[in-house]
Design a protein. Structure first.
Length: 644
């Protein structure tokens, strides 16, 4: 039997070897993804939000001028010192007392001082005594709590808190802690599931935490400290949703605004009606604040939010049969602070953009101005590159809009992607103007350093001119890690002649990184497609379509789009948009006839095969023959023609 035992053992070893190694544990994935710092941020947010909620654990739920929908009775026995204006506070004024109102409250006991005695007098209130009688103000249609009544309620509330046991207080605090924890956990689960980049980007996570805690603190100050109408909470909720919509997107703004509305409602000890009012301020603002192209956009959106909130307050007041005076006051408080939110966000918009590293459409439009120093320097120092960037900007905007990306961001990024060429413009073919190429006197390695260096120079110039950080990606990634074909082949030919070692591709690649944003990836594809089509001798629509498809396929095969979230369907739409744009740029034209009595120019003389000698790409072709490479070296077809 021993041969069988040996085979079984050997078979087990083979099976064990075929089992793949265990992957990283959840704890390892959590640490690698930056989850520990994110958990710390979530814990800090929970602790601070809980402290703002439970301090105090039971605030006085009344304020001066508040509508009283029912009688307010004493919960505990307490005494009131009869001194000053408070002597008349326990009794309802005669002009506000109903003619027939049965008394159901226990009688109060007053310790009347004897004549000449200086001892203070007290009035005793028993549990169940009506402190504020709604029936006494039913016919006044809007008589709110007076100052004397509010003082009496405050004394009763203070005595009620003093008589509560420590166990009851801790039980209430633990209950609220669990509720706040559930809300925070829901927010964290959303971020992990749908916004994984924010979990890894700790700066953005910190910005969200600080924004929400700041809004909770402002709300606590306005309502609990200053004693304002609780409807001022619309201010902080609308502001937070505006900031999130500007800094991130509408989905994040909707989530953060809704979670903040729940936390504010808990903080105010509000009801479902308060939550509805706050959400009524969040929803229209998030839906309408997709793009900010004008200075009045925020004010217009906040005005619409104010109208929706005002309508929600009135609808809730009518359903609860609240007098119109109280509904009007609450509606004006909520609508006014909704409008104020728009003005405040408009005022701090530059700080928001700097803190979150974003640029609104309004800021991007400002950087489109040709009078900007950096664009002016590019136009004067490298006019060919400047015109190429303008043409590329129009193509990128159309392609981005075709897939639902930010077209304006893609256009402005294209304007600035080649600003680094302004340092050495004469080394790039589009700026040589027919002059001999300076690369003829340089080795391929030295030429490579100059060509690749325009990316690093562009980043330095962007920082020098305070270009928005969101545009830096377009400069750094518009070539990704692609191969500089022209100089790689030139170096291979040179080393082959010298019997040297063939160069490695990695030595002639751009340093990267690869594009991560959809707009930056669109720029990479558009730049490659436009450059290769520009080098074609006869750019007919079918040839343009084939060339664009080839360039896009090469970028995909070269794994240049692995870091962005473009789908294949979106890539096909981008390819179709680029083809359409390039066909419209390089369209056919009718040759102008020579006027009668005039000699035809050299370009108008009939050439080979009876074709007109006008070639729209004459300058480009001549530059190619001079080995003046563009930054991506026009890929394979252009390189072979240059080499020949």
């Amino acid at each position: 039997m021993w041969p069988f035992k040996k085979k079984v053992k050997q078979r087990r070893l083979e099976v064990r070897r075929s089992i793949p190694a265990a992957g990283p544990t959840r704890w390892q994935r959590l640490r690698a993804g930056g989850g520990l710092v994110s958990m710390l941020l979530a814990a800090v947010f929970y602790v601070v939000a809980l402290l703002l909620d439970i301090c105090p654990i039971d605030p006085l739920p009344y304020r001066a001028g508040q509508y009283v929908p029912a009688d307010l009775s004493s919960r505990v026995a307490f005494q009131v010192r009869l001194s000053g204006r408070l002597e008349a506070s326990p009794e309802v004024p005669a002009d506000r007392r109903p003619s027939t109102a049965p008394s159901t409250a226990p009688a109060t006991k007053s310790a009347e001082p004897r004549q000449g005695s200086r001892q203070p007098a007290y009035r005793q209130y028993e549990p169940g005594h009506v402190l504020v009688n709604r029936a006494a103000r039913a016919g006044l249609q809007g008589a709110g709590l007076t100052g004397e009544e509010l003082k009496l309620l405050a004394l009763e509330h203070k005595e009620w808190l003093a008589q509560r046991s420590a166990g009851a207080i801790w039980a209430r605090a633990c209950g609220r802690a669990v509720i706040v924890l559930l809300v925070v956990v829901l927010l964290c689960l959303y971020m992990v599931r749908y916004e994984g980049a924010m979990v890894r980007d700790h700066w953005r996570g910190l910005a969200i935490v600080v924004t929400m805690l700041l809004m909770l603190g402002v709300n606590k100050t306005m309502v609990s400290v200053l004693g304002w109408n609780p409807h001022v909470a619309v201010l902080v909720v609308v502001m937070a949703s505006f900031v999130m919509a500007i800094a991130y997107d509408q989905r994040v703004a909707m989530t953060v605004g809704s979670i903040l509305a729940v936390l504010v409602t808990l903080q105010l000890r509000g009801d479902l009606g308060m939550l509805i009012v706050l959400l009524a301020g969040v929803m229209p603002g998030v839906f309408l604040l997709h793009e900010i192209r004008t200075r009045s956009k925020l004010i217009e959106v906040s005005g619409i939010c104010a109208g929706v909130v005002f309508a929600a307050v009135w609808a809730l007041a009518w359903s609860a049969r609240v007098p119109w005076r109280f509904a009007l006051v609450s509606g004006l408080w909520s609508a006014g602070f909704a409008v104020l939110a728009g003005f405040l966000v408009q005022g701090v918009l530059p700080l928001i953009e700097r803190a979150f590293g974003v640029a609104t459409s309004m800021t991007l439009l400002e950087w489109c101005d040709a009078s900007k120093p950096l664009l002016k320097r590019l136009a004067i120092g490298a006019p060919g590159t400047y015109n190429h960037s303008l043409q590329l900007g129009a193509m990128c905007e159309l392609a981005a809009e075709a897939v639902g990306a930010r077209g304006l961001l893609a256009r402005v990024g294209a304007y600035y992607h080649d600003v680094g060429k302004a340092n050495k413009p004469e080394y790039f073919v589009e700026n040589q103007g027919g002059m001999p190429s300076k690369h003829e006197k340089l080795s391929p390695a030295m030429s490579l350093l100059i060509i690749v260096g325009h990316v690093k120079d562009g980043i330095e110039m962007a920082r020098e001119y305070n270009l928005p950080r969101v545009l830096h990606e377009f400069i750094a990634t518009h070539h990704g890690t692609t191969l500089v074909h022209h100089f790689f082949e030139a170096a291979a030919r040179q080393r082959k002649t010298d019997n040297g070692r063939a160069p490695d591709e990695v030595e002639f690649r751009y340093p990267g990184p690869k594009p991560a944003g959809r707009e930056a990836a669109i720029l990479m594809l558009a730049d490659a497609a436009e450059s290769s089509v520009r080098s074609m001798e006869d750019p007919t629509p079918p040839r343009i379509e084939n060339q664009v498809h080839a360039m896009v396929s090469r970028r995909l095969m070269d794994e240049q789009l692995d870091e962005c979230d473009l789908t294949l369907r979106e890539v096909h739409k981008i390819e179709a948009s680029l083809t359409k744009s390039l066909c419209s740029i390089y369209h056919a034209r009718i040759a102008y006839p020579t006027p009668a009595g005039q000699e035809p120019s050299a370009a108008e003389l009939p050439g080979e095969n009876g074709k007109n000698r006008q070639e729209p790409k004459t300058e480009s072709n001549r530059a190619e023959k001079q080995d003046g490479p563009r930054e991506n070296e026009r890929e394979n077809q252009a390189d072979r023609r240059s080499a020949s």
